[in-house]
Design a protein around this ligand. Structure first.
Ligand SMILES: Nc1ncnc2c1ncn2[C@@H]1O[C@H](COP(=O)(O)OP(=O)(O)O)[C@@H](O)[C@H]1O
Ligand SMILES: [Mg+2]
Length: 474
């Protein structure tokens, strides 16, 4: 057992059965700190939801703290399609400190190409080639790793990182043999899709071997049970905790918290109740628990799930259509029910499994309508069409010319930062609206331009169709 894991709510709690992983991280850290000319390192942890990836990354972070500059970011299920989201998050702490002049100096020749992707400079009118942007980002972070040596980059939930970030990360990790940085990645196996999955596989191949995190053994589960409930938890009870949770740490921790809440005696005669208690930790059980908190709280949680991963109470309140005080009360009840917690960036769900369960529980029509309202709220807040586009993509087609225009604007922004795939998604969605006849050919033409680099054959098809329609000359 390893002592000293920062647990939920800032308390320190032990991390069970991760000694080998932590020893490897310690070795990688010592190697990184030995001298500036050292090779970098790559650690990849893989495992199902709740197996303890985030907890392990927190420990790695703790090992690195005070010895290295640590930058951390994570993917999110609802923001997978936001280009450069994770790499921006990762580098933000360094980038926000720079004035425009310093930024120019920092990024050197790559300023015009990588600057817009990182969000530190306005895009020009050009459409940078994604490969050039990727090369630029690799170079910029390589420079960063020398300037801020020793540098540790941590990416959690990489299966949900945007494909633009993963493309960069794959290329960057392949350069680690001559870069003094330690990259630590955690992901769920088999969860990434499309291009992202391909890049993640490249990262896995570079890491060799990746570490598969294992469920806790019955002994460790018993240790965790007794550490939480007291030494008087008897062996059959502890064994049943393991049987019910399969040694999954998330399920075990949640189940034990519920045992505490219900003041169940941790002895053999209560063991039969564990299975029922466990049902409320995820899926339908969790949704039922949320519904028990009332319609206001549920609506507030829906708004947070739509806007997340992290959200301010104000924004969630405005989407849920409730006064700030009511929203604060809802947030408080969700905190007490261990559904949300206050993180660095605002209110967050305690675990992505909860986010998924809450998001999926929103009735379809309500979810679509809320995404529509979220898009306008994000646009109104001045964050640009690209930031709103992830919501617009979820709205049902409804012959709305304004929506088509917003999606075209978003596509233009995506193209200008070097994310043609994101532009393609916006324009394909705009076509489904469908656009009014007078702009239909233009949308097809823009789509043709967006796919030019990635899929020339598709481009020819779109351009042919556009040419066969009226309206391109406008
Ligand atoms: N080895 C461990 N020992 C004890 N508790 C753990 C361990 N690993 C994770 N946990 C706890 O289990 C819960 C889920 O872990 P988390 O790291 O969020 O899983 P993942 O990121 O793989 O979904 C958290 O409350 C975490 O503190
Ligand atoms: Mg996690």
């Amino acid at each position: 057992m390893t002592q000293g894991r920062p647990g939920g709510g800032g308390a320190w709690a032990p991390l069970w059965e991760r000694d080998a992983e932590l020893a490897a991280a310690e070795r990688a850290m010592s190697a990184l700190c030995s001298d500036l000319t050292t090779e970098g390192g790559l650690l990849v942890y893989s495992g199902e939801a709740g197996i303890g990836k985030t907890a392990l990354l927190s420990e790695v972070r703790r090992i690195a703290q005070g010895r290295a500059t640590v930058l951390a970011a994570r993917g999110g299920e609802t923001v997978t399609e936001v280009p450069f989201n994770v790499v921006r998050q990762l580098l933000q702490p360094v980038l926000v400190q720079l004035s425009p002049e310093e930024g120019r100096e920092y990024l050197g020749d790559w300023y015009e190409i990588a600057g817009p992707a990182l969000g530190i400079t306005d895009p020009g009118s050009g459409r940078p080639d994604p490969q050039a942007v990727c090369d630029g980002l690799v170079d910029v972070v390589a420079r960063l790793s020398r300037l801020h040596w020793p540098l540790v980059l941590i990416v959690d939930d990489a299966h949900w990182a945007d494909q633009e970030t993963l493309r960069w990360l794959a290329a960057f990790t392949e350069r680690l043999h001559d870069l003094p940085a330690l990259v630590v990645v955690a992901h769920r196996p088999g969860e990434a899709t499309g291009e992202g999955a391909r890049h993640l596989a490249r990262i896995g191949a570079t890491a060799l071997p990746t570490t598969m995190l294992r469920a806790l053994t019955p002994d460790a589960t018993a240790g965790l049970t007794r550490a939480t409930l007291g030494e008087h938890a008897d062996a059959p009870f502890c064994r049943e905790v393991w049987a019910v949770t399969g040694g999954n740490p998330y399920e075990s921790v949640e189940l034990l918290a519920k045992v505490q809440d219900s003041e169940l005696e941790p002895v053999e005669s209560s063991a039969a109740e564990l299975r029922d208690l466990n049902r409320s930790a995820r899926g339908r059980g969790l949704v039922a628990r949320l519904e028990d908190l009332g319609t206001n709280v549920t609506r507030f949680a829906w708004a947070a799930a739509i806007l997340g991963p992290a959200v301010s109470v104000e924004l969630a309140a405005s989407l849920a259509g409730m006064p700030h005080d009511d929203a604060e009360r809802c947030a408080e009840r969700l905190r007490a029910a261990r559904i949300v917690t206050s993180g660095e960036d605002g209110l967050e769900f305690v675990h992505p499994l909860i986010t998924t369960a809450v998001y999926e529980s929103i009735p379809n029509a309500t979810r679509t309508a809320m995404h529509g309202r979220a898009a306008w709220a994000v646009t109104r807040s001045g964050r640009g069409a690209a930031a709103a586009s992830r919501h617009l993509l979820e709205v049902h087609p409804d012959d709305d010319p304004e929506l088509v225009q917003h999606l075209r604007d978003a596509a233009t922004e995506h193209l200008a930062v070097g994310a043609p795939d994101a532009a393609r998604r916006c324009l394909e969605r705009a076509l489904r609206e469908p656009p009014r006849p007078d702009v239909h050919a233009r949308v097809l033409y823009e789509l043709g331009c967006a796919t030019l680099l990635t899929s020339p054959v598709t481009t020819v098809g779109h351009l042919r169709e556009a040419l066969s329609m009226a309206g391109l000359s406008q």
